[in-house]
Structures are given as structure tokens and as C-alpha cells.
Design a binder for this molecule. Sequence first.
Ligand SMILES: Cc1ncc(COP(=O)(O)O)c(C=O)c1O
Length: 426
Amino acid sequence: MEIQTMTALSERFPTPFYAYDLELAQKRVSELLSIFPEETNPRLLYSFKSNPLPALARAIREAGAEADLTSPGEIEAATAAGFEFSKALFGGPGNGAEEIDAAIASGVRRFSIESWQDYEVIGAAAARANVLVQGLLRVNPAEPPKAKLAMSGVASQFGFEEEDLLENGSRRLGQFAEHVAVEGIHIYWGTQVGGPEELAACFENAVQAACQISETAGFPLKVLNFGGGFPWPYAKSGEGPDLQPLRAELKRIFENAGAAKEADWWFESGRYCSASSGTLVSRVMDIKDSKDRRFVILDTGIHHLGGMSGLGRIPRFAIDLIPPAERTGELQKMDIVGQLCTPLDLLGRNQQLPEDLQIGDLVTIPNVGAYGVTGSLTGFLSRPTPLEICHRGGEVESIFQIRRGHGEVSIENFPQEPVSEALSNA
Ligand SMILES: Cc1ncc(COP(=O)(O)O)c(C=O)c1O
């Protein structure tokens, strides 16, 4: 983000805040769409989990993406952002009847099916609503295409085991046929998969698995959802790899895709679409020397950015803190911490920062539009959540703030007697 834009916003709005450049998000969506060959009849699904902010999601929709949804809150955000639910996909493990009922009531007709239990829950919900929905079987492939991809091809709570579908698919998949048309495969290999070569390796494996499963289990392959994993730096400066060479790879894979040539090819992306749009703007609150270390204390921390790194989902100690341009002193190692009362509130260790950095300086962390607020510990220590400001070239369009207020919910919203009693009295 332009430094002038950041400074101008900081004069109007209190730090810390996230500023999202909607034009950048749209540019990224166009880049991705330009990679998918027309003959694949491609569809790009925006993964709301990376950032559900309706204004940002609306910009992403206007650039040509549909919705990849996993929760009632994401459905609400997608409604506000004007997505067409008949083109959306709803998925995720362990969904209950209420979630699926709500998705169907919103108009969702495509579901990623994660297990036999999920198949049953979706089948029952579709029967209750008396609709026919389309199901994509999410598959955990027998093997990962590369060892480092940890979310697929290893033991996982996501998707059917490939072997299970090959063995039992033809016998069990007719069970809810009246209300669930199983017509495709969904394989999500992981996040930050890598450049064109790594992505192509995953996609090629997906084609093979999808053809084999659909043929053996006896259902048509109308949709093949490749997941995504399109990479972008997280809280670091710079850009993701050039993905244009993937277009030729996809064309090559399509030529040899057998039955998958008849399918529509879908791709999912959260990070690539939203990451570059977001910058976290913060202020230096204190600078302290302790023993052999210098600590820079910011008015932000793991409650606003990357708290989930503790879960290993987001890399640690890797942020780039951009100091003001006028700080030109010699670089010195400093630890960047926040205001939380825990040593875990560490955004970067041994960062090289100018020695003349001062209390009150405005600093920024780039590339945090994806999994910034959504990947954070917003409830911890009751500090305010950051403002989230959507703008185009500095022109503010809308402002959001999640978890405003103390969150009390009226007890009247809940049944007065235990649900089990209400059922037995019915
Ligand atoms: C099934 C599925 N689809 C899409 C995504 C989005 O991934 P990314 O933000 O890396 O594009 C995820 C992330 O965990 C996911 O689990």
C-alpha cells in the first residue's frame, strides 16, 4: 500500500487497523482466472475462511469468483456480498443438520461431502427441504504428490479415504440418490502448495484419482474441484511466484485427462485472492532494552495477526515490519511484540530495524489480507479488535469491526426446558 495512503488513513482512524485495497484483490482474481484454460470450463471459488469481509468479498465476486463456504457466518457474509448461492460450494468436516439446513435454505445446492456420516446428514437435509443437491466427494488421496504437502495423502480428518471409495463407493453411494446427485470429486491438497510445477503435480494426481474413483464407484464426473493452494507471502514483503506457466501445464493435463475432460474444472483460493490486499497499520508504543535484547512493543499482536501460528498453521517469526521511510539509521536486531500479557505475543524475533525507530512511529505489516484477523486470537485479553478499512486507492468505501461490545446474549433466545425433554413431550 502507498505510504501516503497509510499515513492519510492513520490521521482519520485510530491504529491498529487493517487497510484492504479492493483493487489489488480484484487484480489477483483476474490473474488467477487468466491461468485457467477456457476448455476446462473453469470456475474460481473464493474461500471465505481467508477473509469473509463482505466489501472485500463483493470486490472479489465482481472480479469473477464464486463462493467457497464452510459455516453459517460465511453464508451471512456471502449474502451481504451478493454471491449467487446456486454457484457456491459448501463444505467442511463435521457439519450438523442445522448448518446444512441453513445452507440449503440460503440456496446452496452444491456440497462437498466429507464422509459417510456427512453424506447421510446432507441427504436427510435435502430430503427435508425436498430438493436435489449436487455432491462432490472430498477425497483424501492414498498418497501425497510431494512429501511436504501435509493436508492430503496423510492421515486426516478431511474427506473420504480414496481406498474406501474405491472399495465401497459403488455399493453405498446410491443410498440418498433421490436427493443427492453425486457428480464430482473435490481434492484439496493444502495451502501454500508452491509454484506452477508443484501445483501441476497436485492437479495431475487429482485427475487420475478422480477418473479412477468415478469409474469404479459408478458416478459421472461432472465437476472436478482441484482445491487450490495458490501461494502468496504471509506478513512478508514481496509477491507470490509467477503462476502464468501453470496455464500451459493445465492445458497439457487437460489433453490427457480422459473422463475428466468432460468435467467442469473448479479451483479454490482464499490466500491468493485476498492476501495482497491487506496491510496491518500499527504504532510503536514502547521500545525497551532487556538483558541483551531490544523489544519493540506495538499496539497490535497475535490477537490481531497470526495467533493461529501457535497451531502451526501459519509460520512464526516471519513478519516484515516496515518502518517509516525517514528512519534511516543503522539496522539493529529487535524483537517485535504486542500488548498481551504473555511472552507468546511475539510477532518477530531478531528483526533488522533502524536504530532510530521511535515511540509513536507508524509501522506496517504487508500481505495480511488473508488469515490476518480470521487467523487471530481475537478473544484473548479483551483488547479491542482492529478496524478493518476497505478502500480503493485511499478512498474509503466501508469499515468493519468484529466482536464489538461485550457480547451478552439474551437467555430468552434459548429453550426454557432441555431439548431432549421438549422432544419427548412432543
Ligand atoms: C478445503 C479448502 N479449500 C480452500 C482453502 C483455502 O486455501 P488458501 O487460502 O490457501 O487458498 C482451504 C484452507 O484451509 C481449505 O481447507
